[in-house]
Structures are given as C-alpha cells and as structure tokens.
Design a protein around this ligand. Sequence first.
Ligand code: NAI
Length: 290
Amino acid sequence: MMHPTIGIIGLGTMGLGIAQVFAQASFPTIATDAHAPARDSARTRMEQALTARVSAGKLNPEARDATLNNLHIAESLTDFAACSLIIEAIVERADAKQALFAELEAIIPATTILATNTSSIPVATIAATAQTPDRILALHFFNPPTAMKLVELAPHAGTAQHHINIARQLTETAGKTVIQCPDRPGFIVNRCARPYYGEALALLSEGHKAAEIDAAMMAAGYRLGPFALIDLIGADINLAATQGMSAAMQKHPRYHVFPILAAQVASGDLGRKTGRGFIYPAETTPAPNP
Ligand code: NAI
C-alpha cells in the first residue's frame, strides 16, 4: 500500500535529515525552504549523504535512488495540500512558526497534522493563533535525524487524540522510537540532560579533570561521558540549549549556564567540528553515532 505524503518545511540541518528519514522509508516526501539556495541544493545534499552511506556499505545504490525518487522539492506551499503530516523545521521563533502554520491552514485540509520540530517553544504557544489547533503537536527529532532513533511527541492540551495516534504511527513507520512527552520546556531528554551536563561543568569548575569525570560516568554505565557528548554535539549548541532552558525555566538553578561552558565557546574549541574540545581529540573519545 502506498504511504501517505509527508511535508517538510525548512531544509537546514534538521529538515533535510527528517525529509531523508521519511523518503528512505518509502513515504512520498514534499519539502521546501523559504531560502532559494537551500531549496536548490537540497537534492544534491541528500544525494551526498546517501552516497556516503552507499560508499560505507550501509545502503545499496537502489535504496539511494528510491529515496531520491521519493523526494519532491516544492517551490510553493500550495503543493503541501496533498500531505497527511507536515513537519516544520524552520527558524526557532514562535512568530515565524505561527505565521507558517496560518499560511498552511489556508491551503491544507482540516485533517492534515501540523507538527513542529521546536526545541524550546511551547507547543501551546505555536497553536495559540491557529484556527484548528487540535491538529498541532510537536515531533522533536534529534540531530542527526537519520541516525538518532528517538522522536519526542508532545501534544498541547488541545491536541486531538486521533491526531496524536496518526502522528505516532507515521513516525514509527519511518523507523523511529516515539515517546510522548509533556508540553514543557526541553520535553524529556533536554530536561534531563541539562542537569547532567551542569553537574559535570560544576565539577570541572571545582578543579576535577574532564577526562576523569567522563571515565567515571562511562564506567558507571553511561554510553558517553558529559564532555564527550558536548564535544560531539558542539559546545556552542550545548550553550544555546542551556541558555534556552534557563530562560524557559525562569533561571532555575538546575539549568544554570556555567561560565566555564561560555568560556569554552568563546575560546572557539567547540569539539569535533573545530578539531578540539573539552577532551576531544583524546584517544578515549568514543566514536560518533553511525
Ligand atoms: P537551520 O538554520 O539549519 O535550518 C532552518 C531552515 O529553515 C533554513 O534553511 C531557513 O532558510 C529555513 N527557513 C527559515 N524560516 C523559514 C520559513 N518561514 N519558511 C520556510 N523556511 C524557512 O535550523 P535547524 O538547526 O535545522 O533547526 C530547525 C528547527 O529544528 C528549529 O526549530 C530548531 O530549534 C529545531 N531543532 C534543532 C536541532 C539541532 O540540533 N539543530 C535539534 C532539534 C530541533
């Protein structure tokens, strides 16, 4: 049976990866971006990502070609009328997300689910200005969406249960593990992760060594230590996420922005992407996700 059509809006870091997740799982996938170069380069960027997997022996060339065949880059939002689920991964601003959903509501049928990939904006805020808020929810993918199994599904108080069920079913069919979360800042993972990083940064500030803290946490059963994780994700991304959580939680001390993290970002040693981080490139640093 033919899968329903999925729409993706915003073809940056997250949107392109989310589009690949659905296209690779045989969903007809329509995607666009407000920025013409992002639209024009999207197919080539996805092809490069898929070809790298073919070269690594993780994907066969037929699957790559089928994935690219499932991808349609649209020039206008009118093409999204055929979608059963639309996921936005545009700029992290409530007014921009509200305006996009208002524009879409004028085009799509009332049954189309509108999902946001927001990291920090309450879903209720995004839904507040919508005409049909019962079909709005968050589907929060993790970076990189192709490798990370988890998707946090966060409805707001007015989301209809059948839309929650359909969003879950479609996302699971695309191969993801879906966990329902409260519409609270940071959902589950970012909420729990901030204090994990925070205590490690507190220990570092007190003079303990980053490598020792990581070694202890890994020997205790954590897959990656806090500093290996910061180096993998990027200290700048980690700082921005912590600042976002701190603001959203009224500067609660659990989400304290440690000066030692801000100093690390200011130094430019952001982790893997700059070749140097808290512990990277130490030999003990584990390999990134496949
Ligand atoms: P990005 O900056 O890489 O990509 C955003 C894209 O959206 C850009 O290509 C931009 O041209 C486009 N865009 C902006 N406004 C638009 C509009 N009104 N209509 C259509 N396209 C528009 O951003 P990224 O990192 O992919 O983040 C996207 C969303 O995903 C944000 O809400 C962010 O908070 C969330 N997120 C980001 C994660 C990350 O690790 N980068 C992880 C999980 C969620």
